[in-house]
Design a protein around this ligand. Sequence first.
Ligand SMILES: O=C(O)CCC(=O)C(=O)O
Ligand SMILES: [Mn+2]
Length: 226
Amino acid sequence: MMQLKSTTPATFDLFADDAPPLPATEQIGPCSFVFRGFALPMVEPLLPTLEAVLAQAPFRNMVTPGGHIMSVALSSCGEFGWTTDRRGYKYSRIDPQSGQPWPAMPELFLKLAQAAADAAGFADFIPDACLINRYIPGTKMSLHQDKDELGLQWPVVSVSLGIPARFLFGGHARSDATTKVPLFHGDVVVWGGEDRLRYHGVMPIKQAEHAQLGEQRINFTFRKAR
Ligand SMILES: O=C(O)CCC(=O)C(=O)O
Ligand SMILES: [Mn+2]
């Protein structure tokens, strides 16, 4: 497996006062970047915008095809939303819970996704799907690939808000070694190109409280679904 240019130590304590400062931009793969605090300048208007989206399409815990209820609660906005049920994973224009189209992708979300994609070398990214995940302490996301999209030439742009997470970034096989990337409020990760189908996940979220978001982590991932 290729060597990753990560400066993150293999083990770390997110809460330690003596934790080393993180570089502003970290390259975690040939076409993958962590931009520290990239979303911070937009957080103030982002939160009420998110609330308006969630009023239309509230978080829900979906069922996987295997019958497990996902611990992470999910919603979507944009032309397409991602759903899972006993029949499988899919993108759809209609939120099955409301029977209505998913909320439109707010201009601010689009701007943020485009700016981050641009910074990673993917100009003119026009995502048509934004998945919104809500993690509470103890919840996690198992290693998986984002592969239900048709627009695999476009990156995934992932925005983290609220309490910290330890993001796992692996290779093209589930069994490949993973790099542990701490993600904090405002951090944005972009992976695309040859890294687009790399396995990734989120370790169980540790108990913590965020000044604005309380005991939760919100993550948006922007994709080109169709
Ligand atoms: O929460 C994260 O940081 C990653 C989320 C993710 O991989 C997904 O929604 O597919
Ligand atoms: Mn994913």
